[in-house]
Design a protein around this ligand. Structure first.
Ligand SMILES: [Zn+2]
Length: 239
C-alpha cells in the first residue's frame, strides 16, 4: 500500500496541469496523491491495473521482461504523462512491469474512474490521445535505439531523460538498476559510465549520478533523445 497525502493544487503533473480548470476540478475527487518509494513495483506483467499514475516529481519505468531475469526499459513516464495508458485504450491488464525509478509523489486514479472520465469528450480525452502517441513514439524509438546504438550513447540518452523528468542533475542509481534498464550486463554499464566519467560529463560514485556537463552529454547521446523530447514537449504545447 502506498501512503497517501493531500492532493496538490494546481497539479504538478503537466498532463493534469494542461486541463482547463473546470475539467481538473471535475477530476479532483477521483485523484489522490501518493508517495512513490524508490524501486516500488506498481504493475507486474499479466496483472490487472488497479490505478493509473500521474507522476508529480517521481518517475516510473516501464520494463519489458524478456526472460525470467532479463528486463529492458521500453519507456519512462514522468510529470509529462501517465502510467497505465492501456486502461485508456480499453485493456485493463499490464503487459509491462512498472516500477518507481525516481522517488517522489504522484496523483493516482482508480482504473474504473479513468475509463469513465476519459470516455467523456473533452480535453482530458484529447490529452490522453496525444500522450498515447507520444508514448508510442518513445517505445518505437527505444526499440531502434536498443538495437542500433552504442551503450555509451544509450546511457547518455537515458541519463538525460531521467534528469529531465526528475528536474535535477543528481540522482540515485545503482549499476544493477541501470543494467536492468538498458538490458546490458553490469560490466558493459561500468565501461560506458567510465567513458562518460573520463570525459567529465558525469560523476558516478556510491550509487549516485551527477550530470556535470548537460551539453556535452547531449552531444554524446544518440539522436533518440532529441526525437523523444520533441514529441513529449509538443504534445503538451499543442493540446
Ligand atoms: Zn538511440
Amino acid at each position: 500500500m502506498l501512503p497517501t497525502v493531500r492532493p496538490r493544487a494546481p497539479a504538478a503533473n503537466r498532463l493534469l496541469a494542461a486541463l482547463p480548470k473546470q475539467e481538473y476540478q471535475r477530476l479532483l475527487p477521483e485523484l489522490e496523491q501518493v508517495t512513490m518509494p524508490f524501486a516500488e513495483v506498481l504493475y507486474e506483467p499479466g496483472a490487472s491495473i488497479r490505478h493509473v499514475y500521474f507522476p508529480d516529481d517521481s518517475i516510473i519505468s516501464l520494463l519489458a521482461e524478456v526472460a525470467e531475469r532479463s528486463t529492458l526499459e521500453v519507456s519512462i513516464v514522468g510529470s509529462e504523462g501517465m502510467a497505465g495508458i492501456s486502461v485508456f485504450m480499453g485493456v485493463g491488464v499490464s503487459r509491462y512491469r512498472a516500477l518507481v525509478q525516481g522517488a517522489g509523489t504522484a496523483m493516482r486514479m482508480r482504473a474504473a474512474a479513468l475509463r469513465t472520465e476519459s470516455e467523456r469528450v473533452g480535453s482530458f480525452q484529447r490529452l490522453l490521445r496525444r500522450y498515447s502517441h507520444s508514448l508510442l513514439t518513445q517505445v518505437s524509438q527505444s526499440a531502434a535505439c536498443n538495437r542500433f546504438h552504442e551503450v555509451d550513447a544509450r546511457l547518455a540518452r537515458w541519463l538525460l531523460m531521467t534528469g529531465d523528468r526528475l528536474g535535477t542533475n543528481e540522482f540515485r542509481l545503482t549499476q544493477d538498476f541501470i543494467s536492468n534498464m538498458l538490458g546490458v550486463r553490469r560490466e558493459g554499464v561500468n565501461k560506458a559510465a567510465g567513458v562518460l566519467q573520463k570525459n567529465e560529463l558525469i560523476n558516478y560514485s556510491r550509487g549516485r549520478i551527477k550530470i556535470l556537463n548537460q551539453a556535452g552529454l547531449e552531444a554524446v547521446s544518440c539522436e533518440c533523445y532529441r526525437i523523444i523530447k520533441a514529441e513529449s514537449d509538443s504534445y503538451l504545447g499543442k493540446s
